[in-house]
Design a protein around this ligand. Structure first.
Ligand code: FEO
Length: 393
């Protein structure tokens, strides 16, 4: 049965809410699910903006048929060709053969590359600056390459100031029936999931995101309609500000994140002592065991906090594997503008600090301390941890 929401009088959300998916992109846990947003604009012409994942196709087609209310479909606009939004293109065009596919040449190439078929001749190719006239709604297109795929465009409604933002401004979470951010007190309930979504999916591409934000900042925007998560119709500046910080690798707060690995408890003990000293100084600190907490969650915390501490034992003359994976992820995402400290442990030949520095040196972090443990925390180490807490606080 159809399940839709009205966005405005003539725009309907026709997407779907997926709570069965365990790992988004086979990599990121989505315990609260994820939405695939699709929108139907019903003007003099009708236009679908993007489709949904293959697993949600039946629901989506029911939603589309209901929202069309007996009308035909004139246009299918594809802003982003990644399969979580494009896997239902063929099904839509099969059901509505008179519909014109609206996309860039790059998108057209990727459709064939991914799905092994070439859409028929009823295609309207667009590029940045083109205008699609639907009646009162007039969509113009802005290229957003590498946010986070090369073919991405976003669409701006010239008369209603609506920004269809593709993956930008998305979040994990299936929405619990809500479609607007203001229905869920977003900043309290979903900010962490939005950060985890952004930092892992898009976070590597800070420069292209900043370029897109600069273009968007010059436009009046009354509503942001992304492909995941919630539609923004209030407090748009709040999420815009978060994006500006994430894209420029600017910390959101002055807190400390301690990420550690510990084989027999000595390194963990040091991190707990450091966290206690920091709390005594009134500093916000979050502590994560990298063998327990997935790297994507700690990456998101790294984008939030200004100060990062990494603590790891030496294993087989190298670095604890999960710590190495985390640091490489931070380095790949270009997480700069941070204050950092390192703690290593080695019963006979500690090299972990050297290894951690090698991975992160290109990020230009300001290092404020490094401590070496030999198996367990000594009185001398206690002094070093207290001193490190003072520097970090
Ligand atoms: Fe939600 Fe980049 O696809």
């Amino acid at each position: 049965m159809h399940c839709t929401r009205k966005i405005t009088q003539d725009i309907t959300w026709i997407g779907s809410q997926d709570r069965r998916l365990a790992l988004f992109e086979s990599a990121y846990a989505v315990p609260r699910g994820v939405t695939y947003n699709s929108y139907l604009i019903s003007d003099l012409k009708t236009c679908v903006v993007d489709t949904v994942d293959a697993s949600q196709q039946k629901q989506f087609l029911e939603n589309l048929e209901y929202a069309l209310d007996g009308r035909g479909l004139d246009f299918l606009l594809v802003q982003h060709m990644e399969p979580d939004h494009s896997a239902s293109i063929e099904a839509v065009l099969a059901k509505y053969p008179a519909a014109r596919l609206v996309c860039t040449q790059k998108t057209l190439d990727l459709i064939t590359q991914f799905f092994g078929y070439a859409p028929g001749g009823n295609i309207k190719l667009i590029a940045e600056g083109a205008v699609l006239e639907l009646g009162a709604h007039k969509l113009t297109f802005v290229a957003a390459p590498m946010v986070h795929w090369p073919e991405v465009i976003v669409s701006y409604d010239l008369n209603f100031n609506l920004l269809f933002s593709a993956d930008a401004f998305g979040t994990f979470g299936a929405g619990d029936g809500a479609v607007f951010a203001d229905e869920v007190r977003f900043m309290e309930t979903h900010l962490a999931e939005a950060r985890r979504y952004y930092t892992n999916i898009v976070g590597k591409y800070g420069a292209p995101v900043t370029a897109l934000l600069e273009k968007a900042a010059r436009l009046p925007i009354s509503m942001i309609l992304p492909l995941h998560g919630f539609v923004w119709r209030q407090d748009i500046g709040e999420i815009f500000e978060k994006y500006q910080k994430w894209a420029s690798y600017t910390p959101e707060d002055d807190g400390v994140v301690i990420a550690y690995a510990s084989v027999y408890g000595g390194t963990e003990n040091a991190c707990n002592i450091l966290a206690a000293r920091l709390r005594e100084k009134g500093t916000d600190v979050r502590v994560y065991d990298v063998a327990v907490t997935p790297a994507p969650e700690i990456l998101a915390e790294g984008f939030r906090a200004k100060k990062l501490v990494f603590a790891a034992p030496t294993i087989d003359g190298g670095l604890f594997p999960q710590m190495e994976a985390l640091l490489r992820k931070l380095a790949e995402h270009g997480l700069k503008n941070r204050v950092a400290a390192f703690i290593e442990n080695g019963t006979w030949g500690p090299v972990a600090v050297k290894k951690m520095r090698e991975i992160t040196e290109k990020l230009g972090w300001e290092e404020v301390g490094a401590i070496t443990l030999k198996s367990s925390v000594t009185e001398e180490n206690l002094g070093g941890l207290t001193e490190l807490a003072e520097k970090l606080a």
